[in-house]
Design a protein around this ligand. Structure first.
Ligand code: KIV
Ligand code: NA
Length: 265
């Protein structure tokens, strides 16, 4: 695929090729991730946590999401760019949901939006899809509802919540979603959902049977050394490497080793 589209993702699922997705919030990282061949860049509302330092995803605004999305789109050539609708920008009613989605598409040049929830967002999804905007769903541990859940623990371990999740996944597909993120649910349940859908599932903490995987970039690069849930695989230890580099720089400045002759005009 020269450029990834929502259609490419359907084809990948059909052909059994797993979809790779990472979150991204700025231009420079978008360039690096895109050049490294990641299929999908998600401008996640996790920017609220990893970029802005908030405890939850709730405080980030639509304007701030638009800013991050603009930066990511400028650095992206091949990947599909999906942007989260932040908390408060779609829950009130489907008109507000549509106008938030339109703002993202119009002002950022991103290719799709994502929103959290099941039956309560079906009307909004239908309206946004009708306007020609591709929508990705998000079920399981939906962080915008953290105060209702009370913890970031695994969701849908009990039969009732699991059955509801299966039903809601089908509703999201029927409403026109091109894919669904499944966050922190048992692997067997994610397998069942993925097999029951034609659209791809993208898992995070949802086992290997999903049609794709997503991680928060800062987590997989090891930038935040305290965050180490079981589902996270770390590919780099930037949380150690960056301080090492910075300590070296500070020492060089203090010792008047930097700048040297060659680094001067
Ligand atoms: O905001 C985010 O990072 C996400 C992913 C974890 C799916 O929604
Ligand atoms: Na999100």
């Amino acid at each position: 695929f020269k450029k990834i589209t929502t259609q490419s993702l359907q084809i990948m699922k059909k052909q059994g090729e797993k979809i790779s997705m990472l979150t991204c919030y700025d231009y420079s990282m978008a360039k690096l991730l895109d050049q490294s061949g990641v299929d999908v860049l998600l401008v996640g509302d996790s920017a609220s946590n990893v970029m802005a330092g908030h405890e939850t995803t709730l405080p980030i605004t639509l304007e701030q999401m638009i800013y991050h999305a603009q930066c990511v789109v400028r650095g992206t050539d091949r990947a599909l760019v999906i942007v989260d609708l932040p908390f408060g920008s779609y829950q009130s009613n489907s008109e507000i949901a549509l106008s938030s989605a339109i703002r993202i598409m119009k002002e950022t040049g991103a290719h799709a939006i994502k929103l959290e929830g099941g039956q309560e967002v079906i009307d909004s999804i239908k309206k946004i899809v009708k306007a020609g905007i591709p929508v990705m769903g998000h079920l399981g541990l939906t962080p915008q509802s953290i105060y209702q859940f009370g913890s970031y623990g695994v969701r849908a371990k009990e039969e009732e919540e699991a059955n509801l999740l299966v039903e809601e996944a089908k509703m999201l597909e029927a409403a026109g979603c091109f894919g669904i993120v499944l966050e922190k649910i048992p692997a067997d349940l994610a397998k069942k959902v993925s097999e029951s859908l034609l659209i791809p599932s993208i898992g995070i903490g949802a086992g290997k049977h999903c049609d794709g995987q997503v991680l928060v970039m800062h987590d997989m690069l090891g930038i935040n050394t305290e965050f180490k849930p079981r589902f996270l695989r770390r590919y780099l230890n930037l949380g150690e490497l960056i301080p090492l580099a910075v300590k070296n720089y500070v020492a060089d400045v203090k010792q008047q080793d930097f700048p040297n002759e060659e680094e001067s005009y």
